[in-house]
Design a protein around this ligand. Sequence first.
Ligand code: GCB
Length: 677
Amino acid sequence: MTTKVTHVTEPTSRAGVQCRVFGWDCVCVVVRVSMVSVPGRAGVLGALCVSAMMNAVCALSGGMLLPRESPSREVKELSGLWGFRADKSPSRNLGFERAWYKRRLAETGPVIDMPVPASYNDITQDHSLRDFIGWVWYEREVVVPARWLSDEGTRVVIRVGSAHYYSVVWVNGVKVTEHAGGHLPFEAEIGALLRKDPTSPCRITIAVNNTLTLETLPPGTIQHFDDHTKYPDGFFVQNYSFDFFNYAGIHRPVLLYTTPKAYVDDITAVTDFSDNTGFVNYKVSVQGATTATLKVTLQDRDGHCVASSNELSGVLKVVDVNLWWPYLMHDNPGYLYSLEVRLMAPNEDVYTLPVGIRSVKVTSTQFLINNKPFYFHGVNKHEDADIRGKGLDWPLIVKDFNLLKWLGANSFRTSHYPYAEEILQMCDRHGIVVIDECPGVGIKDIYSFGNASLTHHLVVMDELVRRDKNHPSVVMWSVANEPAAEMHPADLYFKTLIKHTKALDPTRPVTYITDSNYARDKGAPYVDVICVNSYFSWYHDQGHLEVIPIQLNTQFENWYGKYQKPIIQSEYGADAVPGLHSDPPMMFTEEYQKAVLKNYHDVFDQKRKQYVVGELIWNFADFMTTQGITRVVGNKKGIFTRQRQPKAAAFFLRERYWSLANQTGILPTWTKYPCSL
Ligand code: GCB
């Protein structure tokens, strides 16, 4: 059998050379650019990647405010059924060769129904679509309100909440944008294009390619199998080093929305307080007008104006401030003010941003929210569910928040990619604290520390911070999960990445999640909080629960001894197949999962008096992974099943979290333990 792994970039030399990326010195690996060799598709994807990187960089000058309706703005959500076709041609390139975007998709071949938002993988009975690699094509015709087009003073914008992984968007056959990366939104103005032929319907075509290469985030490789005695002609697979299924498609809603020609493009609100006075340091950026007259008003929850200004930037002072507090830390968590920005241009524009006033600080032993020690008792999650995969799903979102509150969880990490902004809005409102992670997961190959990867990673952090900077629930950025941080290039890679993220947002700590050896981890010197994953008595010393106290204690002492930084146990856990029981506990039973937790908790309880500032269980719910001999239809480390039913560990963790809340926070008066939410 001959197999070859296609590397997108292959170093001609492993020696680092000095170069500058976004103004910082960094070491980059000299690369020979050779795009992934899925036959025939290489050229197209290659050309797209390069130009997309430029587009993405240029696009960063603008804002990415979540579209909201207002007296000056309308939003039309295009959720529902779209036409769909996977390009199953051997080259995966037929769609581009035949320009499927130029005509209605149904005119170029068979089309099936596909819901948006949803991953396409689990929607049909077609095995080849579940594991499809390459371009898929979506199409939808929309009737655009005539008034949007008759009024030249109206901008019409198409926004894709997220599509995985690489997207190209056409409107009426004309390309309007392309974007590299899932999990984050992108948009394009299409008003002028629609006005060229206002009577014809607006036909939106979106091609999405889920191929991962060593330069994408997350990275992956395409592996070809050429042995014709074993594999069909042209057989190839997508490999990756992360533990969730590479769901693909249009995962979040596609919107059309309007703004006036002169409009509020971006708002940044940074908050702090002193005694009873809150401060909202804001900055507004306006597009489409050379001069701007503004009215900025901060309103409390009851709609009373508490501060105002006419300037593009400034500090709003709030007397008798209601701070934004985490759930279970205060009897009025998640307090939000409304920052209304009114642009008095010829066509008025109004945008209202929810603002929570709070501060975040880190000492050598504590994580402080509003100057009070905050202990993360929470979970890691996934955007993952039966049938819809990673598609945004309101019933699931609300159910998960009810479960989080039932559990007494005050926080979660967006493992291992940015979640929908709708979820962050819920966190803001409910006081659930978030560690916001970018899709830097599975960075294991030295090629993925190269300059092209780093450049893309910096852009992704730009996009993430630009989208999520105003969410009070977001208290820390995570730039990666379990990278090969012991490799030589990890030093300058993480130095550059973390410095860049801090420059984008000096107000939040930055971390990445490590499973490396404390003495050899090259990025740890640059993080503000050490976040460690470990699976004692699971991935090694299987079945030996008695090693946990010793190994966990050693883990904490080593990390703290070297860095004197607060530590979060960012993952720990064990698989449990619901309904499997054994006493004494054996691996994969509900009892074993509970016993692992219990052994970890005993050590947490000693160390949280010193420098451990949080514990996040892996995982909130079972989730789908790639198929393999260690996964029984997915990862079973959830304390809830994939259908959100509790395993024994959920009840056990609930006891603990409510008791932690009793010890570390102020239980809201509206909640009694056991909570009846
Ligand atoms: C990890 C990874 C996570 C996996 C988990 C596991 O360290 O960060 O993505 O799912 O372990 O269950 O193996």
